[in-house]
Structure formats: C-alpha cells, structure tokens
Design a protein around this ligand. Structure first.
Ligand code: DAH
Length: 370
C-alpha cells in the first residue's frame, strides 16, 4: 500500500514523533525504488508538488488542523519533517543519476560504429583522370571565373556581336546588365574556352594548359542535359604547332583514358575560335566499335561503333589578335585547342543512363563509385 498522510488523533509529542518517523520511512522506501528519470519525476511530484503533494497535505492536515495550543509544537515538527523529506528527495536525485550512469556504461568489447568515409564523385574522378593524362604530357592546370563577361565568353573567341553561334550556346545572362556596353555584360560562362584568352593575357608563349571547370547553359534538365555541367578545355601554343600535333596528342590521350585499343577519327566541324575545326570520335569502348552488344544494338554509340568525345581545332588567328601584344603574333605562333564534356564521358565510362543522377546527391547511387 502506498503511503497516505494520516489524520492525527492527538497532538502529543509522541504521536507527532511517530507520525513523522513513519512518513520519513515511507519516503526513504520510495526513494530506493527510483530507477530512472521518469520514476524520479513522479517521486518528486508525489512528495513535493505544491498542489496536493504529500508535504502540502501534511501542512494542511497536521498544521492547519492542529488545535490552538498545539500549533507551535506541531509547527516545529512539521518544519523539521519538511527539511528531512526535502533532503531525501534531493538525495534520490543523486542516487538515480548514479543508476543511469550504470545503465549508460559502454561495453568496450563490442565492435565500434563504422563511419562511412567520403569518396570522389564520379564526375570529379573522371575530371581528375583526364587532367592527370595531360599533366603527364607537361600540361599545367588553369582556372577562371564561372561568372564571365561577354568579352571573354564570346567576343575574344571570335564570336562577333550578333553572331548566330551565340544563340546555340543558350546563354544564361546575369540580370540588370543592359546599361553596360555589351562586352562588359556578365553571364554564366557557357564553356571553359574563355580561360584560353585569360591565360594568354597572363602568360607568354609557349603554353600548354588544361582548364577544368563548371559551365552553364539554359537547357531544361533531362537524361542527357543539365543546366550545369563540367568541361575540360585544352590549349597548346608554340612556334610550329601543327594539326599533326593535335592529332597525336589527342590520340595518345584517348588511348590513355579509354584503353590502348581505341581508334580515333576526326571529322570536320565548325567553331568560331578554331580554323580548321574538328570533332573527335573514338571507337565505342562499350561495343569495341562493332555497334552491337551480343545480338542487341549498342545504344551509347547508336550502333555506329563511334562516339563523339570532343571539339577541337587549330586556334583561329583572329583569337591570337586579341592577345597579340603578349607575344601571340599569329604570324609567329600557332596552336591547337580542344574542349570536352566531362559529365558525358563519365556517363559513358560508368554506363550511367541519366545525367541527373550525378547531381541528386543520392548516397545509394554515389556509393557505387566509391
Ligand atoms: N567550347 C566548345 C563547346 O563548348 C568546345 C570546344 C570546341 C572547345 C573546340 C575548344 C575547341 O577549345 O577547340 O562546345
């Protein structure tokens, strides 16, 4: 039976003392039963609650109910009792937290919690691989801003104002630039090519650089498009650089990246900043160039056996004109350039069929490349 506060039949010293010691014994017994924080709370409330806690009841029954001549004596007793009960309740707090320390004890013989270690994102991994191939050929890495001016993104790359090639870039322009002259207007760079000019402004020839980075285009996201993606640009300028150097360099790089069996193949193309320009194809590294996977058609190369991997060409003399004063006289130097989409290559390399997966941050997807 839980303790209840009895009515006092008489207020003699002895019956007050007896009632007080029974009350203390009950409180001690209950304190010993406290096992956790919830127990402790109900124990404290039961004894200490202002409204109808046991101490309040004692006050009401034993003190307020005392006859006039016993009030003083009862008051002293009740005060002593209150002090003692308060001590017991406070002590119960201490003994309870000792219990919970025991409950929280760590068994150091159990195996630990394994924290997953991060890994390179497949696109960044591909980027590092490509950059690494060119670093071994003596290229250094250059970088430039993602928010670019019209001058570096277009004009200095031989896209004159209103050139139709500007439309094909689906540019994302920064708002509120109309009051500036066109060449100063800001935009999100649509390719890494502006860093060609930026680097040639800073460094005199000869140069060999690769330029990794993010670029943006106003493309709605789908399985093969993303408004943000990654490119690697390359530029080599020296005296007597020829299209043969371009072919040899890229053929070597493709074999280093996709295996020594791949063959390369150049088809004529157009870019305003190179002349002549080409697209580079490699034999499909999925089907080995046959266009078939077993009896099924090979999808990545659309059964042609060839995959387009980049655009390239000989630097147009008009581009050199913009940096002529820094040693790039088109009569004295020549160079080649190339640019490739890293995300597309990562898709092909890992057999991923939706570029969006690269940017959704789903650990279940990304884990597979760790
Ligand atoms: N900037 C081009 C693009 O984004 C790619 C490119 C093609 C870069 C030819 C080059 C190049 O440097 O020579 O489509």
């Amino acid at each position: 039976m839980p303790y209840t506060v009895p009515k006092l039949n008489d207020y003699s010293q002895s019956s007050l003392a007896k009632a007080a010691s029974e009350c203390i014994a009950a409180c001690q017994a209950e304190a010993a039963q406290v096992r956790n924080d919830a127990d402790l709370k109900s124990f404290r409330d039961r004894w200490m609650a202002r409204k109808n806690g046991i101490l309040t009841q004692i006050n009401d029954l034993w003190l307020k109910g005392a006859p006039k001549d016993a009030k003083r004596e009862a008051g002293i007793r009740v005060n002593e009792l209150k002090a003692r009960i308060t001590e017991l309740v406070d002590a119960a707090h201490v003994s309870s937290s000792t219990d919970s320390l025991a409950a929280d004890a760590v068994d150091i013989t159990l195996p630990g919690i394994r924290r997953p270690i991060g890994a390179e994102h497949p696109v960044i991994k591909t980027m590092h691989e490509i950059v690494g191939v060119f670093q071994k050929l003596g290229y250094s890495v250059a970088e430039g801003p993602v928010v670019e001016t019209d001058y570096y993104n277009f004009e200095s790359l031989n896209f004159p104002p209103n050139h139709p090639a500007r439309d094909t870039q689906d540019t994302l322009f920064i708002a509120g630039q109309q009051s500036k002259p066109q060449r100063e207007r800001l935009l999100l760079r649509t390719h890494t090519s502006p860093v060609q000019i930026r680097t040639m402004e800073q460094m005199r020839p000869p140069i060999r650089i690769v330029i990794p980075g993010t670029v943006h285009r106003n493309d709605p996201p789908d399985a093969s498009h993303s408004p943000m993606f990654h490119q690697i640009e390359g530029l080599a300028v020296d005296t007597n650089i020829t299209f043969g150097d371009l072919k040899g360099t890229l053929d070597h790089a493709m074999k280093a990246l996709f295996g020594s069996n791949v063959k390369t193949h150049f088809r004529p193309s157009f870019f305003p900043f190179t002349e002549p320009s080409a697209e580079l194809y490699v034999t499909c590294f999925i089907c080995g160039g046959s266009g078939k996977r077993g009896s099924d058609p090979c999808r990545p190369c659309k059964q042609t056996g060839w995959i387009e991997v980049l655009g390239c060409g000989m630097v147009d003399p008009n581009v050199f004109e913009f940096v002529k004063d820094n040693g790039y006289d088109p009569k004295k130097v020549s160079g080649f350039a190339f640019g490739m989409g890293v995300d597309r290559l990562a898709l092909l390399k890992y057999g991923v069929d939706d570029i969006q997966l690269f940017f959704q941050g789903d650990v279940r997807f990304l884990q597979q490349f760790a």
